[in-house]
Design a protein around this ligand. Structure first.
Ligand SMILES: [Zn+2]
Length: 354
């Protein structure tokens, strides 16, 4: 039996693209020039992806401003002083704050998918941001004339459209980036916030049929950025039981960098549901050292003692560069790690006698 293997999404952008994005933001180059360089980067990324032997590819999120903010890029009704997310190494990322409604996405993820699909024969998966992450844009003090309830209604419609457009366009599957799940427990140890996030995401997911939910997945991790994390100190066993309440078929779980892997596997075994496929991260995206295929194989063999092979898959712990300006991982390193994941997964298939 084949063991499924899929990337999470982002690949570090080439230096020429990051430079062009900067020049465009300063008005030094035209949109046409930026588009040409973006397409070049997507083409090169897909080519390198194909060379790894990856059965499923992504566009490497080359043109996404970040995994979280693409739907609001260019939105006028925003101020920069929203929720601050602190990372373990002391750096922060700040979300913007919504100032008026009605709320609409500026960009839907199918626009990325459709560009990539034209450039490769391989199945392409597409990542979207969770509705719970976008819900953080609504300010605590409220917006006069635009209630939180109305905002949530608009948001659920938009998040549904974001996923549905990708499925309709022929995406192999859609992955919801839910990196704030573990962070939610840090912000609210009673888990009330996490439960609220899960309820909100399920409101979106319940608009899809069971067959469609099989093509939808969720990625969670401790939030990698500049080789640091925002919530690795929260135990996985606090998160996993609730995570599996999400109405999706696939889970892409950070795993290789976890210190206590056995507890994570026990929680997956106990709380995941028979119709849920578990893709465990077998490459640590925060460590520049490239794993060997044998190391990857060993992780899979260990996990197979807890998760039946028919429900087990492999992935990378996270995207290699969720924010466009994060160059902490080299492009070559990302592809070397992906190659190790593919080879290690093949090794495990042999070893497990399938
Ligand atoms: Zn991640």
């Amino acid at each position: 039996m084949k063991i499924a293997t899929e990337p999470v999404g982002s690949i570090p952008r080439p230096a020429y693209l990051i430079e062009a994005m900067g020049s465009f933001a300063k008005g030094q180059i035209q949109e046409k020039e930026l588009s040409a360089l973006t397409e070049k980067a997507i083409r090169e990324t897909l080519h390198l992806f194909e060379q790894t032997g990856s059965p499923v590819v992504t566009d490497g999120e080359q043109s996404k401003p970040s995994f979280a903010t693409y739907p609001i890029y260019g939105l006028k009704e925003l101020t920069p002083d929203g929720v601050v997310i602190p990372f373990a190494d002391g750096h922060t990322r700040q979300l913007p704050k919504l100032t008026a409604g009605p709320f609409h996405y500026q960009t839907y993820a199918n626009s990325y998918f459709e560009k990539a699909k034209k450039l490769t024969q391989l199945p392409v998966k597409q990542a979207v941001i969770s509705s719970s992450a976008i819900s953080l844009l609504y300010p605590q003090e409220g917006i006069p004339g635009y209630s939180r309830e109305q905002f949530i209604k608009d948001l659920v419609n938009e998040a549904e459209a974001d996923i549905r457009r990708c499925l309709n366009a022929g995406a192999y599957n859609v992955q919801i980036d839910f990196t704030e799940a573990r962070l939610a427990i840090k912000l609210d140890p009673s888990k009330g916030l996490l439960k609220m996030f899960i309820d909100l995401n399920n409101q979106v997911l319940d608009r899809f049929t069971e067959a469609e939910q099989k093509k939808i997945g969720v990625h969670t991790c401790p939030g990698g950025d500049h080789d640091s994390t925002h919530s690795a100190d929260i135990s996985y066993t606090e998160l996993l039981p609730l995570l599996f309440e999400l109405h999706v078929g696939n889970f892409y779980l950070e795993y290789a960098a976890e210190k206590d892997k056995t507890s994570a596997l026990k929680a997956i075994k106990e709380f995941s549901k028979p119709n849920q496929k578990i893709f465990i991260g077998v490459t640590n995206v925060l460590d520049p050292r490239v794993e060997t295929p044998q190391e990857v194989c060993d992780l899979i063999v260990e996990a197979s003692k807890f998760i039946p092979i028919s429900r087990l898959g492999t992935t990378d712990d996270c995207g290699f560069s969720p924010f466009a300006d994060d160059t902490s991982t080299a492009r070559e390193t990302a592809f070397a790690k992906i190659t190790a994941r593919i080879r290690g997964t093949q090794l495990a298939e042999k070893k497990l006698g399938n």
